[in-house]
Write a protein that binds this ligand. Structure first.
Ligand SMILES: Cc1ncc(COP(=O)(O)O)c(C=O)c1O
Length: 435
């Protein structure tokens, strides 16, 4: 009886859903997060910042001083656009990256994820084309898919998005009469591949945006997690008027505060701000004030230097441990960020590998989760090194090694070949943080 009632309720809900939500599905990544609850399992699935590195003592002091100074005001509703002091500081930080932007053209959001949603809300009609990296960041793909955009994947190689493929797609879409509104890219230490787009390719993307009349959404949360020489300047530095730039304090401070921003052309920022009012009235003022105090006390730059070194050591540990396994797989050693993207030999299947890997006690996200075309990324897997200690990463590589060998030996015609990997030259980490 109870079952019947539940079934009826499910039916009623289904029939009430808006068209745009009917196709929504949970991501493989979310499923993979559940696995982190198993203590014996080493999860390289969720790309969270390292909780052990959160500066809790510093934060306790900051909160105390903040409350003494501002009292209850920090828990009040704030302006929809965000605290004006923090907007100014973000604008200054962007200036140091070569992006000249006044504070009025910075909208603070609940993490950069909210900016992705607002962009979809303000710019996308059903059927509009959004060009996306293939593979691309799942949170961005799902934000745009939620507004019924047509997502078109653009190919990537070890350096990131391939401008020639972008142009091919643009020509084809123009012939088909499709309306291309956005290109969504994470050009710097990309999620999921770790790739960093060279300056010439950045220039080529901007040229294409001008020629074909679309806007670039540049999502840049990993820029500061850089292991060697600094990445090229943001697209927004030379693409004024054509780029919406998304930044975040999640990777360099505390993700749970949910403080990010979007900067771009004044008219668009005004629209995004209008769309933000019904979404949340205002994002957490407390979080913004805390970030503001962190910046004002000059704590971010030294902290970022520590984080860079910490993540570099983790990346190195996983890279070296995988090399030592001598597996017939390929990957790129990233110059920054949280992720290592691995490709299995012909015939490999990351989803099936995951089953074996779980039994061995290690998890990752299969590459298909990051693709908009069926079958894309079947041979790929994303390994996040951000959360585990170097020791755990070495153990994870050993478990993965056993799982990959077992997976490949199940498959006829695949014989271990020498390991292939590409080294990104490392240079001393740069001194100053951008914001
Ligand atoms: C590429 C990319 N964009 C946006 C986000 C969301 O970040 P935030 O915490 O600022 O919402 C993430 C988080 O992992 C990310 O990897």
């Amino acid at each position: 009886m109870e079952e019947q009632t539940k079934a009826q309720a499910r039916w009623a809900v289904e029939s009430l859903l808006a068209r745009r939500t009917r196709g929504m599905r949970g991501s493989d990544i979310r499923d993979a997060f559940k696995l982190t609850e198993r203590p014996d399992l080493i999860s390289l699935a969720g790309g969270f910042p390292d909780e052990a590195a959160f500066p809790l003592d510093e934060v306790a002091g900051l909160i105390e001083r903040l409350l003494a100074r501002e009292g209850g005001r920090v828990f009040q509703y704030g302006p929809t656009e965000g605290s004006s002091e923090l907007r100014s500081r973000v604008a200054e930080g962007m200036g140091r990256l070569g992006v000249a932007v006044p504070p009025e053209e910075v909208l603070l959001t609940s993490g950069s994820q909210q900016a992705l949603d607002l962009i979809g809300r303000v710019l996308l009609d059903p059927g509009d084309v959004v060009l996306v990296e293939s593979p691309g960041y799942v949170g961005g793909l799902s934000a745009f898919a939620a507004y019924e955009a047509q997502l078109v994947g653009v190919e990537m190689d070890r350096e990131g998005l391939i401008p020639e493929d972008l142009e091919r797609q643009l020509l084809r879409l123009r012939r088909e009469g499709a309306r291309v509104k956005l290109l969504y890219t994470v050009p710097t230490f990309q999620n999921p591949t770790g790739a960093c787009l060279p300056a010439e390719r950045r220039a080529a993307l901007l040229d294409l945006a001008a020629e074909y009349g679309f806007l670039i959404v540049e999502d840049d949360p990993y820029r500061e997690i850089c292991f060697g020489s600094p990445p090229p300047p943001p697209l927004a530095a030379t693409g004024a008027g054509r780029v919406l730039y998304l930044g975040s304090f999640s990777k360099v401070f505390l993700p749970g505060l949910r403080v990010g921003w979007v900067a771009g052309p004044a008219e668009l920022i005004a629209r995004l701000s209008l769309a933000k009012q019904p979404a949340d009235l205002c994002s957490s003022l407390f979080g913004q004030k805390l970030v503001e105090a962190y910046l004002a006390e000059g704590r971010l730059a030294p902290r970022t230097a520590v984080l860079r070194e910490e993540y570099r050591v983790k990346c190195e540990a996983l890279h070296e441990a995988l090399r030592a396994e001598d597996l017939p797989i390929e990957w790129e050693r990233p110059g920054g960020g949280f992720f290592l993207w691995v490709t299995l030999p012909e015939g490999g299947d990351a989803r099936r590998l995951l089953e074996t890997a779980r039994r061995e006690g290690v998890a990752f996200v299969p590459g298909e989760a990051f693709h908009v075309t069926a079958g894309g990324g079947r041979r790929s897997l994303r390994l996040a090194y951000s959360q585990s200690s170097p020791e755990r990463l070495r153990e994870a590589a050993a478990r993965l090694g056993r799982a990959i060998r077992a997976h490949l030996s199940e498959k006829a015609g695949i014989f271990p070949a020498p390991v292939k990997w590409v080294d990104t030259p490392l240079h001393p980490a740069r001194g100053a943080a951008a914001q």
